[in-house]
Design a protein around this ligand. Structure first.
Ligand SMILES: Cc1ncc(C[n+]2csc(CCOP(=O)(O)OP(=O)(O)O)c2C)c(N)n1
Ligand SMILES: [Mg+2]
Length: 397
């Protein structure tokens, strides 16, 4: 019997039949035939006519270094999760399962490119040279993310879903107005990260429209991790997300988000398109959120364990390890050394977190306004007096 075909919305008057909707969702569930993949879950390097050009220089040393990033990023993430469970952090947003999407795309960026994350992009932060300890303040409630946003070319984490797409569109429009686009060597680009659920937000739609209308050099990088808290992808869309780009007039592409080589190559391509004036581009990284949405969530209440088990077989780190060992004969000592480095990183994150100074009550007022005002100063003084009025076990505060 012929396979039912998914609905392709070419005629504006057409409506999908029930079978076409089901076929479309099947494509959504399994990645579909258009998924770009360079490294299979079994660790086999497969040729790709279009994207091999963007992975040609990735030799053994580079793959080893990607593997190191993946392992260290996962370790930093697991440490953050554990620290929350031990009461050291108020909340943690796990990236487990999304390491390849983040490390691959992040390593495609050049120093001058600008990056707008959402709240799960600890792996992209790593590729921008932001130490995991610099992220802890947000989750411990001691700061709002304290890195130098413009210097590091990494915007603050954005919790308001999809909002960073507007910031990114504006920034990329600026790059276009200031003629930083055109030359493949010196051209600049911007990348913006958001989730599958975010694609239902107005801000993302508006970001797409503005970026398209102004040919902004912007890579929209959607990590489709199949869930928006407890809402599955099937409640966000009828067509695979990358196909939405067509309606806005720019290219969309779906990449295996658990394949670090494919993510690196496809993002390099998309950035080159943007640098040379062919932006924007939408990348849908097809991946899976292996853990709960945050430490405040319990994913076992709304999704089945076999789904998670199936995705374990597509683990982003294991396939690189198998590839290195089987295809390149990399010895066990290499993997042991990376594990030891991961342990050291874990120790460093833990001790840093426990030693973080508790900010005083005046911090709530100190870095909000550029200039002081009698009203805010008055509120601050009243609050500090109120705070000082409490008895502690060591006497008065
Ligand atoms: C404007 C807005 N609405 C709702 C929320 C609450 N919220 C936080 S995360 C989330 C789901 C986002 O899912 P997705 O875009 O798929 O990203 P993921 O968390 O899976 O990375 C929602 C609805 C929010 N933070 N901002
Ligand atoms: Mg999601």
């Amino acid at each position: 019997m012929e396979e039912p075909q998914a609905w392709v919305p070419t005629d504006p008057r057409s409506r999908p039949t029930h079978t076409q909707v089901v076929a479309g969702l099947k494509g959504v569930d399994e990645g579909g035939p258009e998924l770009v993949q360079l490294l299979t879950p079994e660790g086999e390097r497969v040729p790709d006519e279009r994207f091999d050009r963007f992975a040609g220089d990735i030799g053994l040393d580079e793959i080893k270094s990607l593997y190191r990033d993946l392992v260290l990023v996962r370790r930093a993430d697991r440490e953050g999760n554990a620290l929350q469970r031990q009461g050291e952090l108020g909340i943690w947003v796990p990236l487990l399962g999304q390491e390849a999407a983040q490390v691959g795309s992040g390593r495609a960026l050049r120093p001058d490119d600008m990056c707008f994350p959402s709240y799960r992009e600890h792996g992209v932060a790593w590729t921008r040279g932001i130490d995991p300890t610099e992220l802890l303040g947000i989750f411990r409630g001691t700061d709002h993310g304290g890195w130098d946003f413009t210097g590091r070319r990494f915007h603050p984490y954005t919790i308001v879903i999809g909002n960073q797409c507007l910031n990114a569109a504006g920034y990329a429009m600026g790059q276009r107005f200031e003629s930083k686009v055109g030359d493949p060597e010196t051209g600049e680009a911007t990348i913006c990260y958001f989730g599958d659920g975010a694609t239902s937000q107005g801000d993302v739609h508006e970001g797409f429209v503005w970026a398209a209308a102004y040919d902004a050099p912007l890579v929209f990088f959607c990590q489709n991790n199949q869930w928006a808290i407890s809402v599955p992808l099937s409640k966000q869309t009828r067509v695979p997300l990358y196909q939405r780009a067509r309606g806005y007039g720019f290219p969309g592409i779906r990449v295996d988000g658990n394949d670090v080589l494919a993510c690196l190559a496809v993002t390099r391509w998309a950035l080159e398109e943007c640098r040379t004036g062919n932006g924007p581009v939408l990348i849908e990284a097809f991946t899976y959120r292996m853990d709960s949405h945050t430490t405040s969530d319990d994913a076992t209440r709304y999704r089945l364990a076999d789904e998670v088990e199936l995705w374990k077989l597509k683990d982003p780190i294991e396939r690189v390890r198998v590839h290195l060992a089987r295809r390149h004969g990399v010895e066990q000592e290499f993997f042991d050394a990376i594990d030891a480095e991961a342990n050291e990183l874990g120790d460093r994150i833990r001790s840093f977190c426990r030693a973080m100074p508790q900010p005083g009550p005046e911090r709530m007022f100190s870095e909000v306004y550029a200039a002081s005002s009698p009203q805010v100063d008055g509120q601050r003084d009243e609050y500090l007096d109120y705070h000082a009025s409490f008895e502690t076990s060591e006497g008065r505060r």
